[in-house]
Ligand binder design. Structure first.
Ligand code: GTP
Ligand code: MG
Length: 373
């Protein structure tokens, strides 16, 4: 994997109710980004994320997994988090180290207890969120009921950026409300799609939801609202729409909803695009921390030449040894150099630093350094 500076690293967690499809969606993102050549399945115990034999036997996630994905010259550090309520410790651990949250909603079940819990925690952690309404390929999926429930139960700022493109109850792809185009999934189901006109029968629905989105985008900025009121939604350029979306997310007047099917790899490329467009890169998000040696509050900047500050958020022991997963907030960890444990005051050497992709690990940088991000 290439070196990425913190301007190009997005740390994102995938959260939601048990079984809503987080691991399958993570697998679909890896597949869409060509990080794997075939899509693993929960039923076969072949996903990258659920690598533990116990997870494979039970068909559910037990440990969080870190999954790096390269997408359009960015690196997305994805953390796939188990949804099972007894494992909420992993959810809390992941929330501490990510800069954005994907909240997956099962389109057949709607907002469930685990969805509410994940969204509340993400809001408390002040994380920008993206909802992904999954399993739209299922017969009993109901996208619009999910949107209604999300607005009623979680947040009325939730706003679809995409709606399903279903014809005769069959999911064909998704419709972008920003571009007013349909992205139709190809027969390969590998994340590729064809950009097509919106089917006529969905045109009215698309315009109705597009107006809802454009109203919110335009309302974020005086210049945009002026253009919008004078000349309508087509007067907003794609840069205007992106700017309004980003401001809306920052002001919390918009929480984006993306949709699709992890199984059919539909809507997954658009989710990756939404992540890089809306989750701030590591360098963009300063973090405050307590310096335990001085008792003072400090702001950590994600820059490789600052003093080192890193947080171990999960330790895993397996027959091969012990592994600590950490996020570097500022500075650089040099392999075999001493790092001070701020809590105990002890100095520990970091024997090897690797970037990990679930069970496998690969050296993060060619120079054996781990830089902030
Ligand atoms: N039809 C359909 N099934 C899906 C989709 N995504 C996931 N599933 C199925 O839903 C079940 C649960 O999927 P997982 O990916 O394990 O869900 P999860 O959210 O990671 O589950 P936990 O980590 O245990 O909370 C599996 O049987 C998947 O095959 C989808 O888009 N469509
Ligand atoms: Mg899972």
């Amino acid at each position: 994997m290439k070196d990425y500076d913190p301007e190009r690293i997005h740390n994102v967690g995938v959260f939601g109710h048990v079984g809503c499809g987080k691991t399958t969606l993570s697998e679909a993102m890896l597949y869409t980004a060509h990080a794997i050549t075939r899509m693993g399945r929960i039923e076969d115990g072949s996903t990258v994320s659920d690598y533990d034999p116990d997870e494979q036997r039970r068909g559910m996630s037990i440990n969080l997994s870190v999954i790096p994905i390269e997408w359009e010259n960015r690196k997305i550090n994805l953390i796939d988090v188990p949804g099972f309520a007894d494992l909420a410790g992993d959810m809390a651990a992941a929330m501490r180290v990510v800069d954005g949250a994907i909240i997956v909603v099962d389109a057949t079940g709607g907002v469930e207890v685990g969805t509410e819990q994940a969204y509340e925690m993400a809001r408390r952690a002040n994380l920008p969120c993206i909802f992904f309404i999954n399993k739209l390929d299922r017969d009993n999926a109901n996208f619009f009921r999910c949107v209604e429930q999300i607005r009623e139960l979680l947040d009325d700022a939730a706003t679809p950026l995409y709606i399903p493109c279903s014809v005769a109850r069959k999911l064909k792809g998704i419709i972008s409300l920003r571009t007013a185009m349909a992205y139709i999934t190809t027969d390969q189901h590998d994340g590729s799609y064809n950009r097509e006109q919106v089917p006529q029968e969905l045109d009215g629905l698309m315009h109705q939801w597009r107006s809802d989105l454009m109203d919110k985008i335009a309302a974020t900025d005086d210049d945009l609202i002026e253009k919008y009121l004078e000349s309508g939604e087509d007067a907003l350029s794609s840069d205007d729409r992106l700017h309004g979306l980003q401001v809306g997310i920052e002001q919390h007047s918009i929480v984006p909803i993306v949709c699709g099917s992890a199984h059919e790899v539909t809507g997954v490329a658009q989710l990756l695009k939404t992540i890089v467009e809306t989750v701030p890169a590591a360098a963009r998000r300063d973090v405050t921390a307590n310096d335990l040696t001085t008792g003072e509050q400090v702001t950590l900047h994600a820059s490789s030449d600052e003093p080192l500050a890193a947080l171990v958020f999960k330790s895993i022991a397996d027959p091969y040894g012990k592994m600590s997963l950490f996020r570097v907030y500022s500075g650089t960890i040099h392999t075999n150099n001493g790092t001070m444990n701020a809590r105990t005051g002890a100095t520990n050497a970091v024997p090897t630093s690797t970037g990990c992709a679930a069970k496998s690990s690969a050296k993060l940088t060619t120079s054996g350094r781990v830089i902030s991000g």
